[in-house]
Design a protein around this ligand. Structure first.
Ligand code: ATP
Ligand code: MG
Length: 361
């Protein structure tokens, strides 16, 4: 048997319930069966608003250096954002994405059970470009005789569009592979490229053409990945009316922001939706929820978003089998519905949910 692969994982709990869900993420990794040939080592790292209050820095250099030099991947909990602008404070996860060139934000959304609004299962992934578009934050205001005018730069590059679309193609191919291995032929592999090139033929037009070029690769065709496009407004309309149709949706930064929150709302609980910040060879798993100060410290936060974020991180570290185990164990817990946290209408505590998922691994 091949020697076990050891992955070193940085643990960044951040603030609030981040301190409850990140230990849950660690426990699930430690509980993976040894037959998978995987070992983990962990390093605790600081970042967040509490860190800022204590040290004056939200993202210490040590955190960034350790992730760069030692780690294969990381888990990030949540950070509280101050309600009013706080001098010197900026979001550490936004800074981390930049420093590690984590150019994609990937968010899978999956329904727990059929609902009257959505009788068909929802199982889709949004893939949001994370480095450019309006987020280059180049704004200016100038005076005119009719009053001040403000404008912002929307920058779209061939390089960033190509790499995000390539990632979407890879995700679609992986999902097709996983469905095939489960004998599930409910859905064909599909990437939907979304944009507004009818209004913005240069910027969004470039995103569109670079995406189609990237997705035309033979390896995606061989994996059965179909590619289509949809203008962002009709995309959102159809997403709300018919979410079961979608598989992988790729978007430039701003549309991706709107799309990923809309998609998360389809399954209602913030406590269920994972995400990953992904670059070449590195991934940070991060639950979509915030620090939830209203329930922090009570031991009742829902760990599912984090457990799924762990699995998502493993997918991007090419440990699909380990990831699949976690997804399946989580789905089992939700399907049975006996041990759920209060946000899901249950009475279970965070630890009890984690233990139930571990039993199912
Ligand atoms: P932040 O400023 O950190 O985003 P927030 O007040 O916006 O904090 P969120 O974390 O975004 O809080 O959560 C919004 C609501 O959803 C809160 O009522 C919170 O308790 C609930 N919630 C979020 N995540 C979870 C979770 N993992 N388990 C249970 N409830 C959650
Ligand atoms: Mg919030």
């Amino acid at each position: 048997m091949a020697a076990a692969r050891t992955l070193r994982i940085g643990l960044i709990p951040g603030d609030g319930i981040g301190r409850e869900v990140i230990p849950a993420g660690r426990r699930i990794l430690e509980a993976l069966p040894s037959s998978l040939g995987l070992k983990f080592s962990f390093v605790d790292l600081e970042a967040g608003f509490d860190t800022f209050k204590q040290t004056g820095v939200a993202l210490p250099d040590r955190t960034v250096d350790t992730l760069k030099k030692e780690c294969d991947g990381a888990l990030f909990g949540a950070v509280s954002s101050p309600t009013t602008a706080t001098k010197g404070y900026s979001s550490p996860i936004v800074a981390l994405r930049k420093k590690l060139d984590l150019y994609a934000n990937v968010r899978p959304v999956k329904s727990v059970a059929p609902s009257p609004a959505y009788p068909e299962p929802i199982d889709l992934v949004t893939v949001r470009e994370n480095t450019e578009d309006l987020y280059v934050k180049e704004e200016r205001t100038y005076d005119t005789p009719d009053g001040p005018v403000a404008e912002a730069i929307k920058r779209i590059s061939t390089r960033a569009s190509t790499r995000i679309a390539t990632m979407a193609g890879e995700i679609a191919a992986r999902r097709a592979r996983v469905r095939q291995s489960l004998g599930d032929n409910s859905k064909q592999a599909l990437v939907t490229v979304t944009h507004k090139s009818n209004v913005l033929p240069q910027t969004d037009g470039l995103f569109r053409s670079a995406s189609f070029a990237a997705l035309a690769q033979q390896r995606f065709k061989d994996a059965g990945v179909k590619v289509e496009e949809q203008i962002i407004d009709s995309m959102l309309y159809k997403l709300v009316l018919q979410p079961a149709y979608y598989d992988v949706i790729v978007a430039p930064n701003l549309y991706g922001d709107l799309l990923s929150d809309t998609a998360a709302a389809l399954v209602k609980s913030l406590g269920l939706v994972p995400s990953a910040n992904v670059g070449d060879g590195f991934a940070i798993g991060e639950p979509c929820h915030g620090s939830a100060p209203d329930i922090a410290g009570k031991g009742i936060s829902n760990p599912i978003a984090t457990l799924r974020s762990v699995a998502l991180m493993l997918d991007f570290l090419n440990e699909e089998e380990a990831a699949a185990r976690i997804y399946k164990a989580v789905d089992g817990n939700l399907a049975e519905g006996k041990l759920l946290t209060p946000d899901m209408g249950g009475k279970a505590r965070t630890d009890e949910v984690v233990e139930d998922v571990i039993r199912r691994l």
